[in-house]
Design a protein around this ligand. Structure first.
Ligand SMILES: [Zn+2]
Length: 364
């Protein structure tokens, strides 16, 4: 089971909460259903390491200013680490690096992906995006409505620094005499860096392992044949192999917890259950991804959620297609239709371990 060692305690806005020796938790607001992100400050002898930065929005920068003024004990911020490129993680990286003349630590793929999405025009991607949505079963007017909501990443991310220090799997950062090993995970984002300290038995897990909510695993228009769910499941297995069951986990959303292996196994089962539900839903006739959403998400989805859900549904379908369990063909309108073709499905459905639980809420 999972344990939450800090109970209901949360860091107050603009304040730090010590969660392990020299490790401080802070929270920043996010303007969406998932209304916060957790950041961590690691104290070093000559300054602070920041892990993740919040979105580049005025309330967040005001809270950062409060922290600069009241919490840093006259030591500078000496380094900024981003677990991955998503705007809630890299939003203030450029601003912090410039303000403190500090280097940015991030993996190469995350840096380049972040540079691409924050500096390209949504129009550059619109043709691929339209074709992608049509294949998923969206109609013209919905695609048009969706296009209006696209873009805006530039408003959430201050320009990333022009250079970075590369994090690779197995690299070690020395912070306050403690060794922090980089452990790379994939699937939610392309090369997501977690940090693990053996001596402290603490994992800073970013979006790779979160309690209570599952991370979004999605296929987007830029790489429609991608198979991020395979990478995600492989990463969770890898984490089971290389990380201890009893580590204190400091996630980017929700609250710190222990019970890492339990959580990793639950996440694997959660996706396996989703895969089985999708296979079951396209036994009788070929279906489009849009029609398959209720198999994966048993609740009403708003417009924004439909897109995230479609990305997640396609990640599951690509996984099944690439494993030969589901066949795909394109109908006369250009919509991809999926059909179960695995003879072992009836047996696997009978052996299904858990009855359907409600799917977990999505996360950015
Ligand atoms: Zn993320």
């Amino acid at each position: 089971m999972l344990d939450y060692p800090f109970g209901r305690q949360l860091p107050e806005p603009g304040k730090l909460l010590e969660v392990a020796s020299g490790i401080y938790w802070l929270r920043m607001p996010l303007p969406m259903a998932l209304d916060h992100i957790n950041l961590y400050l690691l104290e070093d002898s000559d300054g602070w390491w920041v892990v993740d930065t919040g979105m580049s929005l005025q309330p967040t920068q005001e809270l950062w200013q409060e922290i600069f003024a009241n919490q840093l004990q006259d030591k500078p911020i000496k380094a900024v680490v981003c677990t991955h490129w998503h705007p809630d993680h890299t939003g203030n990286a450029g601003w912090l690096c410039e303000r403190w003349n500090a280097p940015l630590y991030i993996s190469r793929t995350e840096y380049l992906t972040g540079m691409f999405y924050t500096r390209s025009d949504p129009e550059d991607l619109s043709a691929a995006s339209e074709q992608h949505q049509l294949r998923l079963g969206r109609r013209g007017e919905d695609i048009h409505a969706f296009r209006k909501t696209m873009g805006g990443l530039r408003d959430m991310v201050s320009p990333l620094p022009g250079s970075y220090r590369r994090l690779v799997d197995g690299a070690v950062l020395s912070i306050n005499g403690q060794r922090w090993r980089v452990v790379i995970g994939r699937g939610h984002s392309p090369e997501h860096a977690c940090l693990f300290s053996d001596s402290l038995n603490v994992l800073i897990s970013g979006d790779q392992v979160i309690p209570r909510i599952s991370s979004n695993i999605a296929v987007g228009p830029e790489e429609p044949e991608a198979n991020p769910l395979r990478e995600w499941l492989q990463s969770l297995e890898h984490f089971l192999d290389v990380l201890p069951a009893d580590a204190l986990v400091l996630p980017a959303h929700n609250v710190p917890f222990t019970g890492l292996h339990h959580r990793l196994r639950h996440l694997i089962e959660h996706h396996e259950d989703g895969l089985l539900s999708l296979e079951e839903a396209c036994v009788d006739q070929p279906r489009a991804a849009l029609e398959l959403l209720p198999a994966l998400f048993q609740r009403e989805l708003n417009e924004e959620q439909v897109n995230m859900a479609l990305g997640e549904c396609l990640a599951h379908l690509n996984y099944l297609v690439q494993r030969g369990q589901v066949a795909r063909h394109s109908d006369e309108a250009g919509v991809y239709r999926y059909r179960s073709v695995d003879d072992t499905l009836p047996l696997r459905l009978r052996q299904r371990k858990t009855p359907r639980d409600g799917r977990q809420p999505l996360q950015v």
